[in-house]
Structure formats: structure tokens, C-alpha cells
Design a protein around this ligand. Structure first.
Ligand code: AMP
Ligand code: GLY
Length: 421
């Protein structure tokens, strides 16, 4: 197939890498891609979605896969479909599950999907009144997309009220904060689950855990994610079943009733409280770096899964997973997540060790390329992935690979997967 992938991160690199490793040959294109995706396929730069759809028609692209939420919320899937193209991702209407936290919370409430008790409001009085009924910590969320920064865990009522005022006045997140969610704090352990959906059917991938904080021991500021591992032993069959019955099935049924059948990746942020999965949030795309560890765990064809999901034929295929574990360690640039850093040359040691060669690899994210040299050129630069028969083995291998990557200012957590060890 000729396949176009939208996005430029490690997530998109890992999807392309999995497709490039399939037995069947494919031709890959990236829009815009990064300095390393050009070794998996061809990077193109057409930012207008109508122009991109025309290009895809002319090029006879068989399948387009959308990585990040931005293009989905902007309606790229609707535009491609209107042009008769096959594309994997939710429509603009369905992407509201991520694009608007108010939409998502009201959807969860309407279809009786367990979630934190909340109020959704644009009124400061109402928000304050509800805040007074909660015990701290208190969670305050901006309605719209804020690049992963729109959630404040306030340690007391005053802090919560400051966060509410700053959001509703437009001070902290502009228009994205003009409506807020105030909700109770859930105390439990967090999981990421991913269901690949075709509107009617779904395939649930292995549960992962992300590491959102910058520093070891979950300290420091929130980031997009500093590492992940899967499958997590914190999930047993019973919990998977509860997530299917209480979250995924009612969501697919509900979205059909809403006239926005869900196709694409349903990313469920779950807090497990006393053994019960409570939905924190939905995203409508793969997590990053979760995707980088889930892709190498799939032993059946990834491109076929995405193609079947885009053509409402998921029920026809059986998706297979490796029995191994995967651990991904993010290497970030010096000033991440505060500000950008000066581009730094990346030097990779030659791999001589058979284990490293066979059981580790790198998914590239914030990198640029010039005359054959790779530069660290973004916040999260790359992800070192290790595979193994145990989580510990996978983790040790990922860290062996980290030791072979050098660039000025590189930083990474040293405790990825600690929850499982
Ligand atoms: P979100 O962007 O909604 O995923 O929120 C970001 C992070 O905030 C989540 O990954 C959780 O760690 C945390 N969080 C969000 N909502 C709650 C809640 N109700 N209780 C506890 N933690 C939460
Ligand atoms: N790693 C979490 C996210 O992609 O939102």
C-alpha cells in the first residue's frame, strides 16, 4: 500500500517503523515527519488539508493514518473522506471527545460511564460553590485543547479558586479556558488503554503506564510523557473485562446514538480506584510515548489493522501480540518542558552487542537532519525502546540503549516502569 502518516513525533515514527518492518512492502509518506522519518519514507510539506487531500488522490494513497489530535479536531478526516480517501481517525464530531472536556464529561454522564464527580460551567460563582462541596485536592480543567497543560491539581480550595478565576477570565488558556470542569480528586493508580475502533467493533491493545512527571519519583513538572511500559501487570482479565463492558462498549454505542460513530484510537485515561476503572479522560489518538512501546509488541500487520479499522472491517481480522514486554525511555532536550534548547548533534555509538541489536531500537521524535547528521531539535528528542521476557529485562535493555545515545543537555528519567518492579 501507499501510506501517508500525519504528524512528526516519536509516535508517528513508531507507526511507520512497524509498517516498514512488515513482510509486505509499502511506500510511506510523512506530513511533515521529522529528520529521521525521511529514512522510513518521504517527508512532504503540504499543510492545507484540502491541498493535501488532492495530493493524496493524485498520488493514489491507499491509507492515511493521523497521529496527533490537532488535525483530527480540525476535521482532516472529514475532508479526506469527502474526497473518497481512506483515512484512519475520528471525524471532527467524534474528535470532540478529546477536543472538549465538557463534551467528554457530559457524554460520560449521559451514558453512565463511571467518571469523577464534576461540574461543568462558565460561571465563577457556580464553580466556587461546587469547589466548596469538595475536599482537597481539587481538580480544575480547562475545556479546550491546551497541549496537555490544561489540568490543575489544586492542593487546597484557595489554589483551586485561583485556577478557576484565571481560566474563566481567559488569562491562563485563552478561549480554551472559558468553560471549566471542576471535579473530585481520584486516588488510585493510573493506566492508559487503547482501543482501535471502526465505529462498531474494536481491538483492545495491552494496557500501558505512562510517566508524566519530568523527574524520578514522579517529581517535577508535568510533561507529555517521559517513558512508558506495557503490558502492565497491574491489569488482570477482570479489569480488562470491566473496561470493555463499562467504558468501550457504551462509548461506541453512545457515539453511534450521537450521530458520530467512533473510528480511530480511543485512548482511555483510567484511574483504578478500589479495583474499579474510573474514566479520567478520553483522547482520540495514540499516546506518546505509549505508541512507541505498543507498536513493537504487535506481531500481526499494523497497516492491515489500521486499514480494516478505516473500512469498518475490524471484525474480519485477528490481531496478535507478542508475549514480551516493552519499556520506552524518553530522552529530552536540556530545557524541556520549559523552553526550546539549542539544537545539539546526536552521536550514536555503533551497536555491536547482539542483545542491543535484537531487542532495542530508537523511535525518533524531535530531531532534524542535515547532511546525514541528526540534531536534537525538539523537546522530546527520541525514545529508547527495550523488549524482553520480563519488564526488568526490557527496562535494562532500554537503558543499555540510552547509554549509547549522546547529545549535549540530554536528560531522561532513570526509573521508568518502577511501578511494576
Ligand atoms: P488529563 O489531561 O485529563 O489526562 O489530566 C492530566 C493528569 O491529571 C491525568 O493524567 C491525571 O494524572 C491527573 N488527573 C486528571 N483528573 C484527575 C482526577 N479527577 N483525580 C486525580 N488525578 C487526575
Ligand atoms: N502520553 C500521554 C499522551 O500522549 O497524552
Amino acid at each position: 500500500m501507499k501510506i501517508l502518516i500525519l504528524g512528526s513525533g516519536g509516535r508517528e515514527y513508531s507507526i511507520g517503523r512497524a509498517i516498514a518492518n512488515e513482510e509486505q512492502e509499502h511506500e510511506l509518506f510523512y506530513m511533515p515527519g521529522n529528520g529521521a522519518t525521511s529514512s522510513l519514507g518521504t517527508n512532504i510539506n503540504i499543510t492545507d488539508y484540502n491541498a493535501l487531500a488532492t495530493w493524496a488522490q493524485e498520488k493514489e494513497i491507499d491509507l492515511t493514518i493521523v497521529g496527533p489530535e490537532g488535525p483530527l479536531v480540525d476535521g482532516v478526516v472529514d475532508i479526506f473522506k469527502a474526497n473518497g480517501l481512506t483515512i484512519f481517525g475520528p471525524s471532527q464530531a467524534a474528535a470532540q471527545l478529546e477536543g472538549s472536556k465538557v463534551y467528554m464529561k457530559n457524554f460520560l454522564a449521559k451514558y453512565n460511564i463511571p467518571t469523577a464527580r464534576y461540574i461543568e460551567t462558565a460561571s465563577i460563582e457556580e464553580a466556587f460553590k461546587f469547589t466548596d462541596t469538595l475536599t482537597a485536592p481539587i481538580v480544575v480543567k480547562a475545556d479546550g485543547l491546551c497541549g496537555g497543560k490544561g489540568v490543575i491539581i489544586a492542593q487546597n480550595h484557595d489554589e483551586a479558586k485561583v485556577a478557576i478565576s484565571e481560566m474563566l477570565s481567559g488569562k491562563s488558556f485563552g478561549d480554551a479556558g472559558l468553560k471549566v470542569i471542576v471535579e473530585e480528586f481520584l486516588d488510585g493508580y493510573e493506566l492508559s488503554m487503547f482501543a482501535v475502533c471502526d465505529g462498531d467493533d474494536y481491538i483492545l491493545l495491552q494496557a500501558a503506564q505512562d510517566h508524566k512527571r519530568l523527574l524520578d519519583n514522579d517529581e517535577g513538572p508535568n510533561t507529555g510523557g517521559m517513558g512508558a511500559y506495557a503490558p502492565t501487570p497491574l491489569v488482570d482479565e477482570l479489569l480488562y473485562q470491566k473496561v470493555k463492558d463499562r467504558v468501550i462498549c457504551p462509548t461506541l454505542e453512545g457515539m453511534k446514538k450521537e450521530g458520530a460513530p467512533f473510528e480511530g484510537v480511543l485512548f482511555i485515561g483510567i484511574m483504578v480506584v478500589n479495583g474499579e476503572p474510573i474514566t479520567l479522560e478520553f483522547n482520540v489518538r495514540f499516546g506518546d510515548p505509549e505508541c512507541e512501546i505498543l507498536m513493537p509488541l504487535m506481531t500481526s500487520s499494523v497497516s492491515d489493522m489500521f486499514y480494516k479499522a478505516s473500512t469498518n472491517k475490524l471484525s474480519e481480522i485477528k490481531v496478535e501480540f507478542s508475549s514480551q514486554y516493552a519499556v520506552g525511555v524518553v530522552m529530552a532536550s536540556e530545557n524541556y518542558p520549559y523552553k526550546s534548547s539549542t539544537p545539539a548533534e546526536i552521536i550514536l555509538d555503533d551497536v555491536h552487542h547482539e542483545i542491543i541489536e535484537k531487542y532495542t531500537h530508537i523511535s525518533y521524535a524531535g530531531v532534524s537532519e542535515e547532511e546525514g547528521v541528526l540534531y536534537a531539535d525538539g523537546g522530546r528528542v527520541l525514545v529508547c525502546v527495550g523488549l524482553g521476557d520480563t519488564i526488568k529485562e526490557a527496562r535494562d535493555r532500554a537503558y543499555l540503549r540510552c547509554g549509547q545515545v549522546h547529545f549535549a543537555g540530554k536528560k531522561f528519567r532513570t526509573d521508568i516502569a518502577y511501578q511494576a518492579l
